[in-house]
Write a protein that binds this ligand. Structure first.
Ligand SMILES: *Cc1c(COP(=O)(O)O)cnc(C)c1O
Length: 393
C-alpha cells in the first residue's frame, strides 16, 4: 500500500521507525555507536547487519536511515545514502565508482565546487574528463565512447537555469554503457522526473530546499540498491562523509513540508518573473516557464514545474547590480538558495568568482546577472521590493 501513496503522503510517513516508546515525531538517535548484547552478536553484525541493526554512525544510524528511506521513496530509486553536504554527495557518487583510466563526460555549466571535482580531483587521479555544452546533444554524442563510465550534469544549471534534456542525454550515455548521474538541486524532489527520464543516480544538496529553512548542511545520493550499498556506502563509510543524525532529523522534518513549500515558492517565482519581464532596466529575465527562455520547450519534461529560482540581468553591469542588491529590503544578499527567506546572489563576484572571465562569458555569467531564490513571503511584497530596488539604480 505504501508504494501507491502519493508524494505528499510519502513525505510525511515513509521510512518512519518507532522505538518501544511509540513516539509520534521521528526520534533523533544522537548516538555514534550501538551496544551489542554479546560478543557473538557483535561478530554477527559485522558479517551482515540486518535492516534495523546499526554499527557506527559513520556507517549508518536509525535517524539517517529514516531520511534515506523517505527520500528514496520520493525520488523513485531503490535506495539512498545521506551525506554530510551536497558536495560530499557529488564527490561520493563520482569517486566511489570511478578509477584511473575511466572517462567521464560532463556539462560545463556547473556549480563551482562540482567543476573543481571534475576538473581537478578526477583528473588528478587519472580520470579523463570531457566538458561539453550540455544543451547541445551533438556535443554529448561526439564526446561519449566505449570506456565512458559516467555522464554528469545539473538538470537545471546554476545560475543561468539552462535545462538539460535528461532523456536524450541518458539515451546517448546508455548506448555506450555509461551511468547517468544528475545533480538535481534546482528541480527539487517535488518536480524531479530524473529517474523516469533515465537517470541512474540522482544527487541532491539537501542544504537547499529539503532543509528549506537555512539550518543544516546535507546531501543525498539516490540510486539502485546495488550501487548505493556496494559502491557508495563502502566508499562513504570509510572516507567519513556521512550525514549526522541531528542533520538527518532536520531534513526529515523538512521533507514533511517540502511539497507545500516548494509549490508555493515555485508559484511566487513565476509571478515575479512575469512581473519583471520586459522591464526596460533589464537585459533579460531567465525563468524556465517564460516563453523567452532558450529551452522553454523542455521545461515541462525536465521539471514538471518552473522551480523556485530565477535570474535577472541588469543593464549597467556590476555597478547597477550592486546598487540594486544594496537597496533590497526583504531579499537577503547571500550565496545559498531554496530557503524560506528570499535570497539574492551576484554570481560573478561570489559563487563563480574563481572562473576566468572567458569562462564566465561562455556560461552567461555577466556582471549584471543576479540569481534570485524565491522564498515563502507574500509575492506582492517581493515584487514591490524588487521594483523599489530597480528604481534606486
Ligand atoms: C549547493 C549546491 C551544491 C553543493 O551543496 P552543499 O550542500 O553546499 O555542499 C551542489 N550542486 C548544486 C547544483 C548546488 O546548488
Amino acid at each position: 500500500m505504501a508504494e501507491n501513496w502519493k508524494t505528499r503522503t510519502k513525505l510525511v510517513h515513509t521510512g518512519a521507525r518507532r522505538s518501544q516508546y511509540g513516539e509520534m515525531s521521528e526520534a533523533i538517535f544522537l548516538t555514534q555507536g550501538f551496544v551489542y548484547d554479546t560478543a557473538e552478536a557483535a561478530e554477527a553484525r559485522f558479517v551482515q547487519a540486518g535492516p534495523d541493526e546499526f554499527i557506527y554512525a559513520r556507517y549508518g544510524n536509525p535517524t539517517v536511515a529514516m531520511f534515506e528511506d523517505r527520500i528514496a521513496a520520493i525520488e523513485g530509486t531503490e535506495d539512498a545514502f545521506a551525506t554530510a553536504s551536497g558536495m560530499a554527495a557529488v564527490n561520493g557518487a563520482l569517486m566511489s565508482m570511478l578509477r584511473a583510466g575511466d572517462h567521464v563526460v560532463s556539462s560545463r555549466a556547473l556549480f563551482g565546487s562540482c567543476l573543481y571535482i571534475l576538473e581537478e580531483i578526477l583528473r588528478r587521479f587519472g580520470v579523463e574528463v570531457t566538458l561539453v555544452d550540455g544543451t547541445d546533444l551533438e556535443q554529448w554524442r561526439a564526446a561519449v565512447r566505449p570506456g565512458t563510465r559516467a555522464v554528469f550534469f545539473e538538470s537545471v544549471s546554476n545560475p543561468t537555469l539552462e535545462l538539460i534534456d535528461i532523456a536524450a542525454v541518458a539515451e546517448i550515455a546508455h548506448a555506450v554503457g555509461a551511468l547517468v548521474v544528475v545533480d538535481n538541486v534546482f528541480a527539487t524532489p517535488v518536480f524531479s522526473r530524473a529517474v523516469e527520464l533515465g537517470a541512474d543516480v540522482v544527487v541532491y544538496s539537501t542544504t537547499k530546499h529539503i532543509d528549506g529553512q537555512g539550518r543544516c548542511l546535507g546531501g543525498v545520493i539516490c540510486g539502485s540498491r546495488d550501487f548505493i550499498r556496494k559502491t557508495v556506502e563502502t566508499y562513504m563509510k570509510h572516507t567519513g562523509g556521512s550525514m549526522s543524525p541531528f542533520n538527518a532529523w532536520v531534513m526529515l522534518k523538512g521533507l514533511e513540508t517540502l511539497d507545500l513549500r516548494v509549490r508555493a515558492q515555485d508559484e511566487s517565482a513565476l509571478i515575479i518573473a512575469r512581473a519583471l519581464e520586459g522591464d526596460e532596466r533589464l537585459h533579460r529575465v531567465l525563468h524556465p516557464l517564460l516563453p523567452s527562455h532558450p529551452q522553454h520547450s523542455l521545461a515541462a519534461q525536465v521539471m514538471g514545474g518552473g522551480g523556485t529560482v530565477l535570474a535577472i540581468d541588469l543593464k549597467g553591469g556590476k555597478e547597477a547590480a550592486f546598487r540594486f542588491l544594496n537597496a533590497l529590503k526583504i531579499f537577503k544578499i547571500t550565496n545559498n538558495l531554496g530557503d524560506a527567506k528570499s535570497l539574492v546572489t551576484h554570481p560573478a563576484t561570489t559563487t563563480h568568482q574563481r572562473l576566468p572571465e572567458d569562462q564566465k562569458a561562455l556560461l552567461g555569467i555577466t556582471p549584471g546577472l543576479i540569481r534570485v531564490s524565491v522564498g515563502l513571503e507574500d509575492p506582492d511584497d517581493l515584487v514591490a521590493d524588487l521594483r523599489q530596488a530597480l528604481d534606486v539604480i
